[in-house]
Design a protein around this ligand. Structure first.
Ligand SMILES: O=C(O)CCC(=O)C(=O)O
Length: 292
């Protein structure tokens, strides 16, 4: 089955600006479904930041009270186990095709996340690159595949500015950028573009693009889903492949979750299994006798 590829215009925007906005990749029914899933998810235990116990960016296993306000802040990681639909979003047609066109076939899914950005006067927004301190200083060239990238699905319309807009610094994936902790760029710094969008849209961006949420003064909570992909040697960083998730996956999804079809051995994620390209493109492997 042939997979969709970037248009020339998308390819050039990706190279120059460092992000793409794909319009209406989720239907209104899917948006409503995922939105309700997020409301239910927060009543169940899961991985969330624990700023009073753990360093920034680390997550603890928590059980919140069942009567939370769905408009309150939530940052939940490792969400595949909550519903089959979260597993299937990993290789969503129309989005995953473009991820593969950008990243190449030697990829893993490295992280899943659901975020609700509450409307509040207290949160000023922030910007960063993905992958922590190390990747911040690694910028690949225009013609290179990225080391990692994200697909971010909007489940809420975002109108105007300071409405929890996904904020980017176009072109910042290609150039040194202020990295001094005292002077980090904010969603209002020069060069920041606070993107608008409709529920059902999806943003694609590489780890090296400076980005982040703007404040949210809109009066409405903004919900998103984030799926991260990385080159195989980078490895995943927020889950263990559990039997419950494993039994619900297609061969391609299993491969994206790091199941190579054999137990780990040194070298495993350097040199991919011989059927990697076929599995990612969902081309059935030829029968053994036809191969010989
Ligand atoms: O919530 C947002 O708008 C941005 C999320 C983000 O910064 C990230 O995924 O790294």
């Amino acid at each position: 089955m042939s997979m969709k590829t970037l248009t020339d215009e998308q390819r050039s925007k990706w190279a120059i600006d460092g992000y793409l906005q794909l319009e209406q990749v989720l239907s209104p029914d899917e948006v409503a479904f995922f939105s309700e899933q997020l409301d239910q998810m927060r009543k169940k235990p899961g991985w969330e930041p624990a700023p009073s116990e753990l360093p920034r960016g680390h997550y603890a296993w928590v059980q919140r009270s069942a009567n939370q306000d769905p408009k309150d802040f939530m940052d939940r990681r490792d969400i595949l186990a909550y519903d089959q639909a979260f597993i299937d979003l990993m290789d969503r047609p129309g989005v995953f095709d473009l991820v593969i066109d950008i990243m190449g076939p030697y990829v893993l899914h490295s992280m899943s996340q659901a975020i609700v950005r509450a409307s509040t006067e207290e949160f000023p927004g922030y910007t960063h690159t993905d992958g922590g301190e190390a990747l911040r200083r690694i910028r690949v060239t225009e013609t290179s595949r990225p080391l990692a990238m994200k697909a971010m699905y909007l489940l809420t319309d975002v109108e105007g500015t300071d409405s929890a807009n996904f904020t980017v610094f176009p072109g910042s994936h290609m150039r040194p950028f202020p990295e001094d902790a005292d002077a980090l760029p904010t969603p209002h710094s020069q060069g920041a573009a606070q993107l608008k969008g409709k529920a059902g849209d999806c943003y694609l961006f590489p780890h090296s693009l400076w980005h982040g949420p703007s404040p949210n003064h809109s009066g409405r909570a903004r919900k998103t889903l984030l799926y991260n992909y990385c080159q195989m040697f980078v490895r995943w960083y927020d889950f263990e492949l559990t039997p419950e998730v494993k039994e619900k996956c297609t061969p391609r999804q299993l491969r994206l979750l790091g199941d190579l079809g054999y137990d780990f051995r040194p070298g495993s994620y350097f040199y991919a299994p011989a059927d990697q390209v076929d599995v990612i493109h969902q081309i059935a492997a030829p029968a053994i006798e036809a191969r010989s």
